[in-house]
Design a protein around this ligand. Structure first.
Ligand code: SAM
Length: 209
């Protein structure tokens, strides 16, 4: 089956995400991470068209790995940020099957991706790519009594309804713990009455090599 993300035009994606308030929240969370960790290198996993990259200070962050499955999204990202942020490494990968080709990254931000790529496949890859003192930040969506993908006028997003899988916060916590990850903090950010983001900040401190 063709990945439905390849069939969603970037304009639909962006308009939908902005309308439901997720663009703004993800950008804010990513910006908070940049301030907290002042990373020399980052990886933005499932980066789409580059939401949040406007928060990067190129004087601090010298290397940026931006990964997504959709080449049209990445083309937009390149047009918007390719000239203004040096050190941009844009990679079109299917994270379900393609290995990451970078390592030693200070901050890996993975926002709303585990709903589409199996956590037990992706998280070990992310840990391999993380520097020994790096931070892995994961954002998942938690939903109560409502559709996982909010209906908007952008009907191409309907393709995701049967594809997206809710990630249980408790299940993710258990997986991270089983992988030897130290969960430095975990918190919820409300989006509306029925949806919130759960945010995990993780380190490899407990993993012995
Ligand atoms: C909900 S969006 C992520 C939101 C984005 N991080 C932001 O801040 O706006 C999910 C992204 O993951 C990408 N994606 C989904 N499945 C993927 C896969 N197998 N490999 C790589 N990227 C994937 C999609 O193309 C999409 O851009």
């Amino acid at each position: 089956m063709k990945n439905p993300w390849l069939q969603i035009p970037f304009q639909d994606y962006e308009n939908h995400m902005r309308e439901v308030g997720q663009t703004q929240m993800l950008s804010r969370l990513f910006g908070d991470c940049l301030k907290r960790y002042t990373p020399g290198s980052i990886a933005l996993i499932g980066c789409a068209t580059g939401n949040g990259l406007e928060e990067v200070d190129p004087a601090i962050t010298r290397v940026i790995h931006a990964v997504d499955i959709n080449p049209a999204y990445l083309e937009q990202l390149n047009q918007r940020f390719g000239q203004t942020i040096p050190g941009m490494n844009i990679q079109c990968l299917d994270l379900e099957v393609d290995p990451l080709s970078f390592s030693n990254v200070d901050l890996i931000f993975c926002g709303l991706v585990l709903e589409y790529v199996k956590p037990d496949v992706l998280i070990p890859e992310l840990l391999d790519a993380l520097s020994p003192d790096g931070a892995l930040v994961i954002v998942i969506q938690q939903t109560r009594n409502t559709a996982f993908v909010t209906k908007t006028q952008y009907r191409s997003l309907d393709l995701l309804s049967s594809f997206a899988g809710t990630v249980s916060g408790a299940g993710l916590y258990e997986l991270l713990s089983n992988l030897g990850v130290k969960i430095e903090m975990q918190y919820d950010v409300p989006l509306n009455d029925n949806k919130s983001f759960r945010v995990f900040h993780c380190s490899k401190n407990r993993i012995s090599s």
